[in-house]
Design a protein around this ligand. Structure first.
Ligand code: HEC
Length: 119
């Protein structure tokens, strides 16, 4: 794992409750997120979400900081991942799970402060 991804993970774990500051690195998978994902896609598991997060950390951080799920509305993520699947060497299953990780991360993160961005 890349050093900045490790920092993000450590910060994410340490913060457990959100402080409203902008933390580089991927949001950790939360139990709320897992529940949402399992409800939405009956075949989804916590392990798959976690694996998708790890994959995102490795494949989506080579060119820029890893994406923050809260930077996009949930429904926009599948398209964002699709657009970048080829350059990130994702197969269809990896792309699908990554979209699910980012989409549910955005959904559970909505209540948190978000730096608004236009798509
Ligand atoms: C080969 C390099 C490369 C890889 C790998 C890559 N990106 Fe990017 N990404 C870019 C570049 C360059 C930009 C800025 C231009 C653009 O929007 O395409 C960008 C922009 C973005 C943006 C828009 C950021 C903003 O400010 O709104 C998002 C979101 C994003 N990438 C997500 C991802 C995700 C998710 C992955 C993994 C599936 C990924 N990227 C992998 C190069 C990459």
């Amino acid at each position: 794992m890349r050093p900045h991804a490790m920092r993000g993970l450590a910060a994410g774990l340490a913060l457990a409750g959100w402080c409203g500051c902008v933390t580089p690195g991927l949001l950790p998978v939360t139990t709320e997120q897992v529940a949402r994902a399992e409800n939405r896609w009956p075949d989804m598991t916590a392990e798959r979400l976690q694996a998708a997060r790890t994959l995102c950390a490795s494949r989506c951080s080579g060119c820029h900081a890893p994406p923050d799920p809260r930077d996009r509305a949930p429904a926009l993520w599948p398209g964002e991942v699709q657009r970048r699947a080829q350059r990130s060497h994702l197969d269809a299953n990896q792309g699908e799970d990554m979209a699910r990780y980012l989409e549910t991360g955005a959904a559970v993160g909505e209540a948190r402060p978000v730096v608004a961005r236009t798509p």
